[in-house]
Design a protein around this ligand. Structure first.
Ligand code: SAH
Length: 523
């Protein structure tokens, strides 16, 4: 944009240089998140986790500033500096999001100097730098009273064999207890040699940590003498940090991150948008890398007349049955929209299918009268029959438009009068289909979780296999977890095998079963 075409601005904006943290998107500061939530323009780096962009309003302008070591540079440093100045002059609130800490090998100083020279207001927000994160997530205390009282952060970008170096390797070699090298993979042979030449013992322990704090983290260990070969054999490429010093010995005791039971497992979570978070949170807590595909999208039904009719006569029912959280949500949404509240349900008794539905019902101030021992439709039918529900009982069942007929049929067979009333529907969503298929083709998925029959059918719709054979082929080597027997049955009907199924049909039990599976079945 030239000076002439630039819109004249009364107010110049401001540039916030924000540290994104080392990789895990939870490691950004609260200040950083606050600023992202208010940004007009975000200029982000290769090393800043893309998940952080979900904090930014979708109306903002997103600019990828690239700069991947050795690869194509989307922008030169001068280009980035100019861009920041230009966007601020247009009056924008600009967040410049940089991996780790902006002032540690991040060229943040140069960007700020340019802004200062142009008289543009700025602020710098520190971030967790990758050196401390890599050490922490590899189980290495970067300082320790018994091992070292100093630590040096060094760039390995500069080739130590060049004639005039800015780094005094002779002093560094023995001058700092722990040495952490950023951008050190390419020059690792010469760096380690230089340190040995200048008096550091060749036996000094060394750890190299790649993609620290993310599910992709990989770390290897060796000594100053062996680490180059170890890194080569393991195929470790940037971004990685080299940690040198006796503190590396503590790793054998402290390593916690990579030891979590589901560490590095790539898991597809097929659940509704609204409900995925609990499962994803629990899996990630155990170290898994989750890919969320909302194979179901929940919507209102087109026609609420059947529900209106039931509500008008609600006192005539003996029981209302809720078999899903969504049924409760949509039922009460509609109830409220008609100006009523929970008090209008005072007549009939209310039964739910399981613990989570009981909790959901509690949010509306209602305690369930019946909770079955087995958390399925059949279990609920059984418990109702045992509670003398049957001949002559009038039952209301608000539920999904398409659902299993087992519950209403069992009750009808026992002589009850069941009004099935649709209150919501599952529709398969569009988009991201190709991505999922691609991941399966490339063998990038370890496990797929299914939490209901419709997640299974919609998953298959998304993957769109030509036939059962192709589906089997795509799912070869992929472990399958089903939340309960009905879901498992649907999976088997599709020609697939179920590897994991918890005894109780809750998310917590399913996650425990997955953890147990990897602890026992897999070495
Ligand atoms: N400002 C950043 C560093 C940028 S220099 C910070 O404070 O962390 C880029 C180098 O940082 C990479 O070559 C690598 O050595 C290191 N690095 C950044 N993120 C990393 C990560 N998640 N795991 C390992 N090394 C990382």
């Amino acid at each position: 944009m030239t000076e002439q075409t630039r819109t004249p601005k009364k107010n110049t904006g401001k540039v916030y240089l924000v540290g994104a943290g080392p990789g895990d998107p939870n490691l950004i500061t609260l200040r950083g998140k606050y600023l992202l939530e208010r940004a007009d323009v975000v200029v982000y780096d290769y090393l800043a986790n893309k998940k952080l962009l979900t904090h930014v309003p979708s109306s903002a302008t997103f600019i990828y500033a690239g700069k991947k070591g050795g690869g194509l540079h989307a922008f030169t440093q001068e280009g980035i500096n100019r861009l920041l100045v230009e966007k601020a002059k247009e009056g924008n609130m600009v967040v410049r999001l940089k991996g780790g800490d902006p002032f540690i090998f991040g060229r943040g100083g140069e960007e700020i100097e340019e802004l200062a020279a142009e008289g543009i207001p700025f602020e710098v927000v520190p971030g967790v730098t990758s050196a401390t994160a890599a050490a922490t997530y590899a189980g290495i205390p970067i300082t320790h009273r018994e091992y070292t009282a100093s630590v040096a952060f060094v760039t390995g970008h500069e080739d130590p064999t060049k004639k005039y170096s800015n780094l005094q390797w002779d002093k560094l070699a023995t001058g700092a207890g722990t040495i952490v090298i950023y951008m050190g993979i390419k020059n690792l042979p010469s760096v380690t040699q230089k340190l040995i030449t200048h008096g550091r013992s060749p036996d000094t322990p060394v750890a190299v940590v790649r993609w620290a704090s993310t599910p992709k983290q990989r770390s290897v260990e060796g000594t100053l003498e062996t680490i180059t070969q170890v890194v080569k054999d393991a195929g470790i490429t940037p971004p990685a940090l080299v940690i040198i010093g006796d503190v590396v010995k503590l790793r054998s005791t402290i390593d916690w991150f990579e030891k979590r039971p589901l560490f590095s497992k790539r898991i597809v979570v097929t659940r509704t948008r609204e409900q995925a978070s609990e499962l994803v949170a629990k899996l990630e807590e155990n170290g898994a890398a989750c890919f969320e595909y909302s194979t179901i999208h929940i919507e209102r039904v087109a026609d609420y007349q059947p529900l209106d009719k039931a509500l008008a006569n609600i006192v005539s029912y003996d029981w209302i049955l809720f078999t899903s959280i969504n049924a409760i949500k949509y039922f009460f949404n509609h109830l409220h929209s008609t100006g009523r509240d929970s008090r209008s349900l005072a007549g009939p008794k209310i039964a739910v299918v399981g613990k989570t539905t009981a909790e959901e019902l509690g949010r509306y101030g209602i305690r369930a009268d019946l909770l079955p021992d087995t958390f399925t439709g059949e279990g609920l039918a059984q418990s109702l029959l045992e509670s003398q529900v049957g001949k002559g009982s009038k039952i209301l069942l608000p539920r999904a438009l398409r659902a299993s007929e087992v519950l209403p049929e069992t009750l009808t067979d026992a002589g009850a009068e069941v009004d099935v009333v649709p209150v919501y529907q599952n529709v398969p969503p569009q988009g991201r289909k190709e991505e999922l298929r691609q991941q399966l083709v490339q063998g990038d998925i370890d496990l797929v979780t299914f939490t209901s029959s419709s997640t299974v059918t919609n998953f298959i719709t998304m993957v769109a296999p030509e036939d059962e054979e192709e589906l089997k082929q795509l799912m070869q080597g992929v472990t399958i977890a089903a939340i309960g027997p009905i879901t498992a049955e649907t999976i088997r009907e599709a020609g697939l095998q179920v590897h994991i199924q918890p005894e109780r049909y809750t998310i917590a039990d399913m996650v425990r079963a997955i953890v147990r599976y990897y602890q026992t079945e897999q070495p």
